[in-house]
Design a protein. Structure first.
Length: 324
């Protein structure tokens, strides 16, 4: 099987190597370590060099094992050939817990550094075990300055080549940028033809923050609402006209917006198929039709928190990630 050559995008802030323009997501519920390991190896075989994990996903160890195995097999010359992202979970979003949490992620990954370390959510929870859904009464005010100082320290120590955020709206970024001495290089958010993030993308473009798109294929039906991307009649018609799949149209559209999709599959054929987006283009008319797709965000704060209980020290509006 011939592996695809994936273009790369330069990040404006920090010292990371350029980021391959499509990443492979590793989140699955429940986490299946052997499957994740095999999927990452398959991903490396077909050309992925950019992998997305998080302390929350429980896939760091599987990703690390797969990359070590790929190096032993000569599929990659060394760990330096891959771009690895991991994320700080909300229970660790406290100034003194950032570095210990990153060091634990690095132990899981068997690595000395991650290429990109993200604050997973603009939510801080009382320290404790990672559990999902989150308890409303565990949410505490987010210490933007303290947490970001520790993220900056992680970059200075070389434990993360570059740092960033995830699920941050412009409101959260405003608070962060007011205290940052190192700017976030990336904001990873839900983004697809059915949730185009126009406001946030304008904001990030002005600040030189690269936007990475999670759930670019509509997600894994986490919230039980179906899949707005793969079931879109507009995208289906474009896919038919171009002789491509809906998944490829969505990924190509995100790429043409200058953003980096992070798409998950544990199936080798789909992984390969999802990289076959670099030798064709969408037309202006396709772009116009996609710009008119009704918008619907899947992942909201109410989805990560349990419906029971009360917020005692934050408001739902402080942690909401839906931005018109
Ligand atoms: P996604 O990439 O939109 O994928 C959704 C589903 O599409 C997968 O379950 C996959 O199933 C299927 N699929 C993949 N390729 C396909 C194809 N060519 N045709 C048809 N179906 C296809 O969903 P996601 O996992 O939500 O997002 C991707 C990654 O982003 C995650 O894995 C994670 O790394 C990251 N993420 C980050 C956050 C955050 O808060 N920062 C949140 C969510 C996700 P199969 O495995 O069966 O192929």
């Amino acid at each position: 099987m011939v592996s695809a050559v994936v273009p790369e995008v330069a990040l404006r802030h920090g010292n990371a190597r350029p980021m391959p323009a499509v990443g492979m997501g590793t989140a699955a519920a429940p986490a299946m370590l052997e499957k994740a390991r095999e999927a990452v190896l398959a991903g490396i075989e077909v050309g992925y060099r950019h992998f997305d994990t998080a302390a929350l996903y429980g896939t760091e160890a599987a990703l690390g094992e797969a990359i070590a195995e790929a190096t032993r097999r000569g599929l990659v010359a060394s760990r330096e050939e891959v771009f690895v992202t991991s994320k700080l979970w909300s229970t660790q979003c406290h100034a003194d817990l950032v570095l210990p949490s990153l060091r634990e992620s690095l132990r899981n990954l068997q690595m000395d550094y991650v290429d990109l370390y993200l604050i997973h959510w603009p939510i801080s929870l009382k320290p404790g075990p990672m559990a999902f859904p989150l308890k409303r009464e565990d949410a505490v005010p987010f210490d933007f300055e303290g947490v970001w100082r520790s993220m900056e320290e992680a970059q200075r120590l070389g434990l993360a080549k570059v740092i960033g955020v995830s699920n941050f709206t412009a409101k959260h970024l405003d608070k962060l940028l007011a205290v940052a001495t190192i700017l976030p290089a990336v904001n990873q958010v839900e983004m697809s033809p059915v949730w185009q993030q126009r406001t946030l993308r304008r904001y990030c473009a002005e600040k030189g923050i690269h936007v990475s798109a999670y759930s670019p294929l509509g997600g894994q039906n986490w919230a039980g609402n179906g899949n707005g991307v793969l079931e879109s009649p507009v995208l289906a018609a474009i896919a038919k006209a171009r002789g491509k799949s809906i998944a490829q149209v969505s990924l190509r559209w995100i790429y043409e917006q200058g953003l980096t999709p992070v798409a998950k599959s544990y199936k080798k054929e789909r992984l390969k198929h999802n990289l076959e987006i670099f030798d064709w283009e969408l037309t202006e008319e396709d772009h116009l039709k996609i710009s008119q797709i009704p918008q619907n965000k899947t992942v909201k704060a109410t989805y990560v928190f349990s419906p029971d209980g009360e917020f005692t020290s934050v408001d739902l509006s402080d942690v909401e990630v839906v931005e018109e």
